[in-house]
Write a protein that binds this ligand. Sequence first.
Ligand code: SF4
Length: 229
Amino acid sequence: MGFDPVERSKKIENLVMKDGERKYYRFRYSLYYGGIVTADSVGCNLLCAYCWNYFKNMRLEKVGDFFSPEEVAEKLVEISRKRRCDLFRISGAEPILGRKSAEHTKEVMKLVKGTFILETNGILFGYDPSLVDLFTDFDVLVRVNVKGWDEENFERITGADGRYFHYQLKALENLYGKVRFWVAVMYDLFGEEGLSELKKKLPVPCRIEKEYLEKYSFVVENLRKRGIL
Ligand code: SF4
């Protein structure tokens, strides 16, 4: 049986958050979304077989340094000026692991003054709707990466107990009408069948983005080990 991602959120948040500061290991401009200023962080409540940051997220103690929201914003704004880009995100990790990390993310958003794409798996937004309220006053677009189309596939892909899949769907309900959002799915794993299963379960209308596997050798190996490929 998979792990409890809510319990894991608490443990991971305690490792990557300290006195309002969060662990990051890189600040960069990336070409996703047509160009976006990116802060790469570590620490996630899931363990997706295809996670590009799998190994860093498994070695949290050894990766990155703690940065305050002011320090993160300063680095992002500097890149933003150089690149003339006012789109921002945090990547490589789950930004919302609980209240401490959510408050930190909110502070970064407040300071960078641009459009923020909040990439999340939504587990904590589903578990605690009050976390959504932190983001209603910002220029934010939430991209919820839904990991499966049923409990079984959610468990196989994320390593988490399939019974927690419903928090991903609940997150959409909690975001609806409060914060702009869309859903992303790993189409290489879903296929048309998985996608149509998920569509039947979506609690609210939403746009679905298809994303595709980056087939690093460790990703292929992880997928094989989980019986997905
Ligand atoms: S939710 Fe994202 S950051 Fe977390 S393990 Fe999955 S792919 Fe990696």
